[in-house]
Write a protein that binds this ligand. Structure first.
Ligand code: ZN
Length: 241
């Protein structure tokens, strides 16, 4: 069953526009230099952080992102955002991005389409109160969707964002586990990396990935990939019409 799900996950992005469903940023759309000052090859990715904000780990992670000039997308849980609106404001103020990760993170298999979409709407309303606008991006808990849920997200004008890189930081028990992963990770242009800011290791991962000697990993907000896409489609439309 898992294999079938993986195949579907791989096939969907090839037939559905990125504006609707994003698993991987389009390679080669960056115009930044191919090398940094230390002659490391540049690879552009997106770090994403789910299940926060967390009163201890999220501020620490934001400090680290700033220190290394990285940008991230935070898929926040509504009830946690309600408890820590100041962290939502800080995320936005520091140039990062917020996405909707439902209100209570209820178990997907036990959550009806209607309840799921109600939670998305409730979280949109809350985030609008805090930031002044509803997020464009949404990510379902555990990345699990049904046809009804995905259509509902599109009707609510959300881009569904999954990932292609998963260190499974939520299962890690010590620093060595994240260090091992950071060393063996071969970054590819457009990778969307799933991490969790309700666990301590996302911060360490950002630090270690930013300090890699063999490659310069530059993280952008997820909308970075969509902005280009949108711009490109406008250009194409103008050429056609
Ligand atoms: Zn989650």
């Amino acid at each position: 069953m898992n294999t079938i799900r993986q195949l579907i996950k791989k096939a969907i992005p090839t037939v559905i526009p990125q504006r609707l469903f994003l698993v991987h940023g389009t390679p080669g759309q960056q115009s930044t230099d191919l090398q940094d000052k230390q002659k490391r090859p540049n690879v552009n990715v997106s770090f994403t952080f789910d299940d926060g904000p967390h009163p201890e780990y999220t501020p620490r992670l934001l400090d680290t992102l700033n220190q290394y000039h990285q940008r991230g997308t935070f898929f926040v849980i509504g009830e946690k955002a309600q408890q820590h609106p100041e962290l939502i404001e800080r995320i936005i103020d520091e140039g990062h991005e917020i996405g909707n990760h439902t209100f209570s993170h209820s178990e997907p298999s036990e959550t009806s389409t209607r309840h799921f979409l109600d939670e998305i709407k409730q979280t949109d309303q809350l985030l609008t109160q805090i930031t002044g606008r509803a997020p464009d991006l949404a990510r379902p808990p555990k990345g699990k969707l049904t046809v009804g849920k995905i259509l509902g997200l599109w009707l609510q004008r959300h881009t569904v964002v999954l990932w292609d890189t998963d260190p499974r930081d939520y299962l890690m028990q010590d620093i060595k586990a994240i260090t091992d992963w950071c060393q063996q990770y071969c970054p590819q242009e457009g990778n969307i990396c799933l991490m969790h800011d309700n666990h301590p290791y996302a911060d360490e991962a950002v630090k270690q990935l930013s300090e890699r000697q063999d490659v310069h990993i530059q993280s952008h907000i997820v909308s970075h990939w969509l902005a280009h896409k949108s711009y490109q489609s406008i250009i194409n439309q103008q050429v056609v019409t």
